[in-house]
Ligand binder design. Structure first.
Ligand code: IPM
Ligand code: MG
Length: 358
């Protein structure tokens, strides 16, 4: 992206309560001197109405012509757009920071100093979505290593395919090493933790671990730790402050990034960005909160901080930092927080409070 040029951002609000977080976030951004042109691809219901499809070609064109996309969250109707943003755009590194800000409602007795980032592999593992009837596998004549019996003797059932590729592991683990390096240059701890279930799955999850160990000598300035994922889950809760950058295969990353969000105060705080070699898009890690839709109480922090990550990506570094600082101030003051953080304020009040501190 050329410095100084107008940036074009595609906005997809998503479903249920997600638009209630997105709209005031955009309003907030409009208070900053940002040279951004906002475009609105018609997906989900709007796509159906205008073009007869949940993800029409026209919406795809709008995304392709934008520099990035800001996505709310989906409960289904905008999911085809999300699939395109991940697999169509090759956004293989899902970056999910979990930093405790004073005032956030962490369940830990002492959350001070928690500042970790989950880097989740975003495109493979069980997320290839290849499932089927176990009888489809009969001709392969597979033997269960654990049950020590031919697969076909185990009876009718369904399977899902887990694939960990060499290239897929290497690119996301390199991304994580580079991120640890960048954070170290800014005062971070220079640490990378890699985790998978390599004791039970020494071949597939083993490859993920071995890839981290193979690349480690290229990053002598970064300390690498490797843990089995169940042990790592308890470490995330008991030794949280020791963590810096964490790299995980897709499904473990999905689960443990929600855990990381819970540790610092909940999914309402969980920002995320998905990066590929030539495209990135930004999306809160939480769902659409259908239970609170229409009440103007969804915590917009995840959306606001995802937008801040987007600004940084677009080169609006100073504006990104201003938003983060303003959010921190609102939490530190603790007067205009949403119910999930123990407050009684509405989404729009929280956003107004952030706006006032910009
Ligand atoms: C996430 C969500 C998605 C995922 C769903 C909506 C498909 O849980 O972004 O973490 O599993 O990746
Ligand atoms: Mg998830």
């Amino acid at each position: 992206m050329a410095p100084g040029a107008t940036r074009r951002v595609a906005v997809i609000e998503g479903e249920d309560a997600a638009p209630e977080a997105m709209r005031p976030t955009l309003e907030l951004l409009s208070r900053l001197p940002l040279d951004i042109e906002w475009v609105w691809p018609k997906v989900g219901d709007a796509g159906l109405e205008a073009h007869g499809s949940l993800f029409p070609d026209e919406a795809r064109r709008v995304i392709d012509e934008a520099d990035t996309t800001l996505f709310g969250s989906t409960s289904g109707k905008s999911a085809p757009a999300l699939m395109y943003l991940r697999w169509g755009k090759g956004t293989y590194a899902n970056v999910r920071p979990a930093r405790w800000m004073p005032g956030c409602k962490s369940p830990l007795a002492d959350p001070r100093g928690i500042d970790l980032v989950v880097v989740r592999e975003n495109l493979e593992d069980l997320y290839l979505g290849i499932e089927g009837d176990s009888s489809d596998l009969d001709s392969l004549d597979l033997q269960s290593r654990t049950a020590r019996r031919p697969l076909r003797e185990l009876g009718p059932g369904k399977y899902a395919l887990k694939l960990i590729t060499e290239a897929g592991s290497e690119r996301v683990i390199r991304f994580a090493f580079e991120l640890a390096r960048k954070r170290k240059a800014a005062g971070g701890r220079g640490h990378l933790t890699c985790s998978s279930k390599y004791n039970m799955l020494p071949v597939s999850d083993g490859l993920f671990r071995q890839t981290a160990e193979r690349l480690a000598p290229e990053y002598p300035d970064i300390d690498l730790d490797v843990y089995i994922v169940d042990d790592f889950a308890q470490r995330m809760v008991t030794r949280t402050q020791e963590l810096d950058v964490v790299v995980l295969p897709n499904l473990y990353g999905d689960i443990l990034s929600d855990l990381a969000a819970g540790i610092v105060g909940g999914l309402g705080l969980a920002a995320s960005g998905c990066y590929g070699d030539d495209y990135a898009y930004f999306e809160s890690a939480h769902g659409t909160a259908p239970d609170i839709a229409g009440r103007n109480i969804i915590n917009p922090t995840a959306t606001i901080l995802s937008a801040a990550m987007m600004l940084e990506h677009l080169g609006f570094t100073e504006e990104s930092a201003r938003i983060e600082t303003a959010v921190e101030q609102v939490y530190a003051e603790g007067k205009q927080l949403t119910p999930d953080q123990g407050g009684t304020s509405h989404t729009t009040d929280f956003c107004a409070a952030v706006g006032d501190r910009l």
